[in-house]
Design a protein around this ligand. Sequence first.
Ligand code: ZN
Ligand code: ZN
Length: 151
Amino acid sequence: MPRPKKERLVRRPPLYTEFKPAGVMRNSLKQVVLELDELEAIRLADYLGMDHSEAAEEMEISRSTFTRLVEKARKKIAVFLVEGLNLSIEGGNIHFRGNVIQCLDCGHMFNTGFDVNITKCPACGSERLVDLAGGFGHGACCRGHNHRGRR
Ligand SMILES: [Zn+2]
Ligand SMILES: [Zn+2]
C-alpha cells in the first residue's frame, strides 16, 4: 500500500528565485511569494504546454487541484508584472524529484539525485558546489520521490 501523498512533486529546484523591476530598490517594493508548487504548475502548463491532467499526474495531485494551483500562480505573476513587485520563489508543500548542483568555479550545472553524494564538479573538478535543493531546505526528505511517476 502506498502511503498517502500530500506533498506536491516538483521535477527539480528552479535556478532563479528573485525577480524585481529593474532599477528599483528591493526594499521599496511590495513583496509577493510564488511557492515552488505554483512555479512548477506554470512550468508544466505554460512553459511546457502540458494539459492539466498530464501536469497533475506529474505533480501527483488531482486535476482540479492542479487547475486551482495554476490559476493562483498566474494571478500572482499578473500582479507582479502589472504592479511591479518584488517576487521571490520559495516554500510550498513539496518535495523535489531530482536535484541540481551548480559549480561556483566554472558555472557548470548538472542534474543529480538525492541518493548520490557528489563532491566534485564533473566538468572542472572543483569542490565549490552549490546544492540548489539544499537552498530550499530540501535534500534527504526528497529521497524516494525521484523514481516515481511514469517518466
Ligand atoms: Zn566546475
Ligand atoms: Zn524534500
